[in-house]
Design a protein around this ligand. Structure first.
Ligand code: PMP
Length: 359
């Protein structure tokens, strides 16, 4: 078996012990005589998996009973549409902070169903940092404030989350469970699973229960969060395999010591890479220092013409997935929870060598 060092932005690397366990259980789950994918979502076996996954998430993120934890279809993009439909009470405008590609997508979707107030739009430098509190222009009586807490493409994150009287809604797709956060600060947290917690197509939604009654009856039953809370994520057939994988990934994370432990590892991994980028003018990273994501490290080679060569040589050394998003170009290493320290050490040593040959 030969596995790459996977720096892909998502679907991304999963922990090897998780994949091994899934392989071991693929044909027969427990004593059930069938794969978990072949069992009813109402079976005893799957019910146990689903509730273990939820309990693991509650433990890892310290989530109180004031919040519902949901597994939903359609990835994070479906949440872009559902949030305004469910929570924009009385047609009120919703505040959105525009920090890059993914917050822009959320804004576009929200604009389809009602008014949006852009509370900040990238600043004069364009999407290289998040705003300070005094730069944010909150609307009067906004329904909620939406942020993308980690912009996967631009590689920036919020060292401190913004304040608003309205509920704070965060797309945490590319950083969920990578650092300790206080869930109580948020009305809703959501994340596509395919970066830090499992396979694609699945979204994790953590929602304060007081928000559930906001949804008007004009919204289709399937599109109401309330429906999925009442149905305990089983209103219709869920992505059973995806939820099973989330259970395995969260088991792995708990065994590792939880979010505080992985955060310390993540900080170390990110520092190795940023220290390398800061070490010479051969490299440059556009993101302001205090907003540098510890999950998605984005950079350029000063002489951009060297980038295709860098990518080619890196791939030959089994360092894969380092191409920046097609909308911005350049280079990016996504170093999610499951990306081992060893992969980053190898990348840094490859970069040092590349610089010495081309600098
Ligand atoms: N938000 C962020 C921050 C993302 O990185 C992504 C996917 N890269 C999405 C939303 C969209 O997720 P999905 O493809 O699961 O809809």
């Amino acid at each position: 078996m030969s596995r790459i060092h996977n720096f892909g932005a998502g679907p991304a690397a999963l922990p090897l012990p998780v994949l091994e366990k899934a392989r071991e259980e693929l044909l027969e789950f427990g004593g059930a005589g069938a794969s978990i994918m072949e069992l009813s979502h109402r079976s005893v076996e799957f019910s146990r998996v689903c509730s273990a996954a939820e309990q693991n998430i509650r433990r890892l993120m310290n989530i109180s009973n004031d919040y519902a934890v949901l597994f939903m279809h359609g990835g994070a993009s479906s949440q872009f549409a559902l949030i305004p439909l469910n929570f924009r009470i009385g047609g009120r405008a919703a505040d959105y902070i525009h920090t890059g590609h993914w917050s822009a997508k959320a804004i576009k979707e929200a604009g389809v169903s009602g008014p949006v107030n852009i509370a900040w739009n990238g600043g004069p430098e364009h999407y290289v940092r998040v705003p300070s509190q005094d730069e944010i222009e909150l609307g009067h009586d906004a329904a909620y404030l939406h942020i993308c807490s980690n912009e996967t493409i631009e590689g920036l994150y919020y060292p401190v989350f913004p304040e608003s009287d309205a509920p704070l809604v965060a797309d945490m797709s590319s950083e969920i469970m990578s650092r300790a956060i206080d869930v109580n600060r948020f009305g809703i947290i959501y994340a596509g699973a395919q970066k830090n917690i499992g396979p694609s197509g699945l979204a994790l939604v953590i929602i304060h229960k007081t928000l559930l009654d906001r949804c008007p009856e004009t919204v289709q039953v399937f599109h109401r969060y309330r429906t999925h809370v009442t149905g305990s994520s089983l209103y219709n057939t869920p992505n059973t395999w995806g939820i099973y994988m989330v259970e395995l990934v969260t088991d792995w994370l708990l065994e590792l010591g939880g979010v505080a432990s992985i955060e310390a590892i993540n900080q170390r991994k990110a520092s190795l890479l940023y220290d390398m980028l800061d070490s010479s003018d051969f490299w440059r990273t556009p993101v302001r220092k205090q907003c540098r994501s510890i999950m998605n490290v984005v950079w350029r080679i000063h002489d951009e013409e060297l980038e295709p060569q860098f990518l080619k040589e890196a791939r030959s050394a089994d360092l894969a997935g380092l191409k920046g998003h097609r909308s911005v170009g350049g280079l990016r290493a996504s170093i999610y929870n499951a990306c081992p320290l060893e992969s980053i050490e190898l990348l840094v040593s490859f970069m040092r060598d590349f610089e010495s040959r081309n600098g």
